[in-house]
Write a protein that binds this ligand. Sequence first.
Ligand SMILES: Nc1ncnc2c1ncn2[C@@H]1O[C@H](COP(=O)(O)OP(=O)(O)OP(=O)(O)O)[C@@H](O)[C@H]1O
Ligand SMILES: [Mg+2]
Length: 416
Amino acid sequence: MNVNIQQIKQRFGIIGNSLALNQAIETAIQIAPTDLSVLIVGESGTGKEVFSQIIHQNSVRKHNQYIAINCGAIPDGTIDSELFGHEKGAFTGAIDSRKGYFELANGGTIFLDEVGELPLSTQVRLLRVLEVGEYIRVGSSKIQKTNVRIIAATNINLQTAIETGKFREDLYYRLNRVPISIPPLRERREDIPLLFRKFTADMCEKHAIPPLRLDDAANELLTNYYWKGNIRQLKNIAEQISILEKERNVSAHTLLAYLPEINQSQSLVVIEKNNSNANYANERDSLFQLLFDLKKDMNELKKLVFDILSSSESDLQLSNENAQMLQKIYSTDVAYYDKQQHDEKEEITVYEPKNNAMPHIEDAQEIVENTLLLANNEMDIIKRALAKYNGKRKLAAKELGISERTLYRKIKEYNL
Ligand SMILES: Nc1ncnc2c1ncn2[C@@H]1O[C@H](COP(=O)(O)OP(=O)(O)OP(=O)(O)O)[C@@H](O)[C@H]1O
Ligand SMILES: [Mg+2]
């Protein structure tokens, strides 16, 4: 079966090797030869459409028609006639009779994407096709037979639609003879770097531009991002960054600029307040992990700067006020960070929401404030080092104990 899965991936251009993805492909292969209707469920952009093609192409119907219909894109007024056809004069403008998709796809497969968008009257007609293989054209009384396999997909929760009277329960059970669930990217994180690499490589090759490379921190950020729009969103961002980014070695800082939602601390709070399901806990954990990783990097940098300044060999002079400030930030941050290391085992308890209280948001604010404070001081120190060596970056970088490249990046960042 494994060999088969690999062949399917190659044939249909599917990237990823997570267990959840492989299981979904395996189910598709297993049920393809049957005539059972299938309901593919997954968030927007998870890649539902290709599963419908896998099923059709691996069924006995593969030489007959495959018609994909986006139920959400057809106006309510014309959907019955599109699906089931109409007779001449059935409505104003029906100057001729017309075959519907269920007639055209006889012997083949119909893919009903966004099936939750079907009007209730159309749901009744569809139920009849599923139950007895019969339908009537709009404006006709003649019953017609069709032999069509139906594969449906939805990115909304049909159970909720049933509860609110928007979707027929009997139709749901008829469609859902075999469910296939496509997990969101955040539940198969190991696939994210593979997909990103493939999308950027394709784009760079297509436009004959040098390939992109993500550093470790950028890869970490990419993998831990929420990816609300799943593979579609990942593809968009991979393509954007491939074309727009001049620096081909991408850092987490650079990547962050392409991930707008994560930049808005407000969205964090909204998620905290409005979302009680498990997803937001994952997202929040990822964001805090990111903040703490950033903080760790900052602490290391601070320690380095502090050590340089404290060393007796250093002749780099700081004003009294700045020296005190640096010492203060450094000592509080180290104490804070040390405490965290010490509490590492309790980390989950510490950052778990407790009755909607948000102590961790305050922690995050403290980190952001300290980080800003440090940035000002860092800028000051860099300025002085540059002034001391008349702008000679190599000597200034040596004095600061950082690489020339890092210094160059800082100069650009602080607009020095
Ligand atoms: N595993 C995959 N490997 C490579 N590309 C993929 C994969 N899955 C999906 N894609 C690509 O991601 C994009 C989104 O997929 P698709 O349109 O099937 O999403 P969807 O689940 O139908 O979303 P929606 O519910 O919004 O219609 C497409 O360009 C598709 O080719
Ligand atoms: Mg789709």
